[in-house]
Write a protein that binds this ligand. Structure first.
Ligand code: FMN
Length: 305
């Protein structure tokens, strides 16, 4: 029996398989590495990095909701300098692709972060978070504005030759317009989706369960929304898509690939099963064999309407 080649290309970024771990759910890779073999997955995306360290929002920052969770972490991270000094040495030894996620509160900060990180060989690509719903500055103010997303893509593009992925917000009416501007301004790919804005109340205290009042909804609850956004981009813009949102197993992964995703990212599932990525790669292998799929490009965007 032939063994399916699971490798994929996201623009000029080569991945040994299409399963990535999503930003903010695996820190900088070190803690999760005790529970899974990171060399078996396609790659990891770091927690969003900003120019200076950030403490994030005060607790309560996460709460479970039906089929998902809300988070308002507020981009807590060590900052780019400490990341290079303290986190890169560990990441360098991992035999997997490292995608560095950047968040900022101004276009200049995105560019500055990219310039500082760009010379680091261990970083294989950048993912730009223009879609965090949990911060006052930046975040959705950028992610909901076509001109800002275009300008950020253009400016970051001029600061690096590494593969450039823009992570899009689902909190917009036409996500494909954002994907189109990313392509026009030189982005290599888009990832879709970040979390959806949500909230939840304690009926006894009548207070929000999240201190920030609103948070980002993730997990299986958002999967149909994420699939519809991936499909919308696939049908309207010729750009590689990394599908994200509620993926729990290999079947969800196949669904995203049929809708048009070249690769996927796993977020919330890592908190339930930190070995989910490896299990999904194995499940994808046997699905491809059973379906006689020789290469994944035969699966990507193969929906029948
Ligand atoms: C606790 C938590 C923290 C997150 N932090 C970030 C972040 O720092 N940057 C980012 O781009 N996305 C962040 N995300 C969003 C995820 O990367 C992903 O887009 C989202 O959770 C949807 O995928 P999922 O349903 O598989 O979790 C975070 C998600 C969670 C649950």
């Amino acid at each position: 029996m032939s063994y399916t080649d699971l490798s994929v290309n996201i623009g000029k970024l080569h991945l040994k398989n299409p399963v990535l771990l999503a930003s903010g759910t695996v820190g900088y890779g070190n803690e999760i590495s005790k529970f899974t073999d990171l060399s078996k997955i396609g790659g990891i995306v770091t927690k969003s990095l900003s120019l200076k360290p950030r403490k994030g929002n005060p607790p309560q920052r996460i709460v479970e909701t039906p089929s998902g969770m809300l988070n308002a972490i507020g981009l807590a991270n060590v900052g780019v300098e400490a990341f290079i000094k303290e986190k890169i040495p560990f990441l360098k030894e991992l035999n997997t692709t490292i995608i560095c996620n950047i968040a900022a509160s101004s276009i200049e900060e995105y560019v500055e972060c990219t310039k500082i990180l760009n010379p680091v060989d261990t970083i294989n690509a950048f993912e730009i978070n223009v879609s965090c719903p949990n911060v006052k500055e930046g975040g959705l103010i950028f992610g909901n504005d076509l001109n800002s997303v275009g300008r950020i893509t253009e400016m970051v593009r001029s600061a690096t030759n590494k593969p450039l992925i823009i992570k899009l917000s689902p909190n917009v009416s036409r996500i494909s317009e954002f994907a189109r501007i990313v392509k026009e301004e030189g982005g290599d790919a888009v990832s879709a989706i970040n979390t959806l804005v949500g909230t939840s109340f304690d009926i006894w205290t009548r207070k929000p369960k999240i201190k920030n009042v609103t948070g980002g909804l993730s997990g299986p609850a958002i999967k149909p929304v994420a699939l519809a956004k991936v499909l919308e981009i696939k049908r309207n813009v010729d750009i590689p898509i990394i599908g994200i949102g509620g993926i729990m197993n290999w079947m969800d992964t196949v669904e995203f690939m049929i809708a048009g995703a070249t690769a996927v990212q796993l977020g919330t599932v890592n908190f339930i099963n930190p070995n989910a990525g490896v299990e999904i790669v194995e499940g994808l292998h046997s699905y491809c064999e059973k379906q006689s799929i020789q290469k994944l490009s035969d699966l990507i965007g193969s929906f029948q309407l």
